[in-house]
Design a protein around this ligand. Structure first.
Ligand code: ADP
Ligand code: MG
Length: 261
């Protein structure tokens, strides 16, 4: 018996701590294959921690585990591509676009092994898919924010991944680049790829992601985005919504129109 959509990622009882600080508490959730899932929640909710835990960067406590497909996540790492938050990248580092995209091939090489013809082909395909062939010999610091992001998305594609973990990919993008990114994510999903992205703009999540995973250290809700982003659950995750008009609140960029009446 097969279901139309199966769960490609299954987190069960995932608890992660930084020293004494609890970052994820007993999170159990599944991500359907070939869909776009928004990870939502206030600052400090554990969104980035969840993405990094999928990559095996944080120890999971006790009986918790993450499975990808039918096996432990650590057997599936080449399938996972990661786009860090923008501020985690050194944009002044002198490196060309093609060299960044080539980094996507390194995990599949032995130490010091040179790129093979198949690697060069994968790099060119990725540049083409993201429409940045013309920029291949430019330095990344010379590009616009939207172009820079395409370079890192191309690196993820060059890796041959089918699961894309994106940490706040919309942060800092202008309207045009935001639109472009939504098109890219849609085309990935149409190709059967799975997208998991931390998103802080609830309206954007509602418009462009079919699935949601709402966190506040604990899992508040997961499933279809419309079922996850009810005002009751948003209030629960963002603690009463009382700080809506507070500019220091975690809902930067979110207006009251994001909340159903
Ligand atoms: P989000 O991405 O939702 O803003 P994070 O996953 O970055 O949340 O953080 C979850 C919690 O873990 C927060 O309380 C944060 O302060 C803490 N945290 C995150 N990274 C570290 C770290 N490297 N060391 C200690 N605490 C951390
Ligand atoms: Mg984060």
């Amino acid at each position: 018996m097969s279901h139309p959509v199966h769960d490609i990622i299954r987190c069960s009882h995932v608890t992660v701590r930084y020293g004494a600080r609890l970052a994820l508490a007993d999170v159990t959730a599944s991500i359907p294959c070939g869909t776009a899932t928004a990870i939502l929640g206030p600052n400090g909710a554990g969104k980035s921690t969840l993405l990094r835990t999928l990559l095996g960067w944080h120890a999971i406590e006790n009986r918790g585990e993450i499975r990808i497909g039918d096996t432990h996540a650590h057997h599936q790492l080449p399938r996972l591509a990661y786009l860090p938050q923008r501020h985690a990248i050194d944009w002044d580092f002198p490196i060309t676009v093609r060299a960044v995209v080539a980094q996507g091939r390194y995990p599949s090489l032995r130490p010091w092994q040179r790129l093979r013809p198949s690697d060069h082909a994968a790099i060119e395909r990725a540049l083409g898919e993201l429409g940045i062939n013309d920029l291949a010999d430019r330095q990344i610091r010379m590009l616009s924010g939207g172009q820079q992001q395409r370079v890192f998305l191309a690196r993820a594609v060059a890796q041959g991944a089918d699961i894309f973990l994106l940490d706040e990919p919309f942060a800092g993008l202008d309207l045009y680049a935001t639109e472009e990114l939504t098109h890219i994510l849609r085309s990935w999903v149409a190709q059967g790829r799975t997208v998991l992205a931390a998103v802080h703009d609830l309206a954007l999540a509602r418009a462009h992601f079919s699935q949601g995973l709402l966190l506040n250290t604990r899992l508040v809700a997961s499933g279809l985005i419309a079922d996850v982003l009810t005002d009751e659950r948003i209030n629960e995750a963002f603690r009463g919504g009382r700080c809506l008009h507070d500019h220091a609140n975690p809902l930067r960029g979110v207006t009251t129109t994001d909340f159903p009446a």
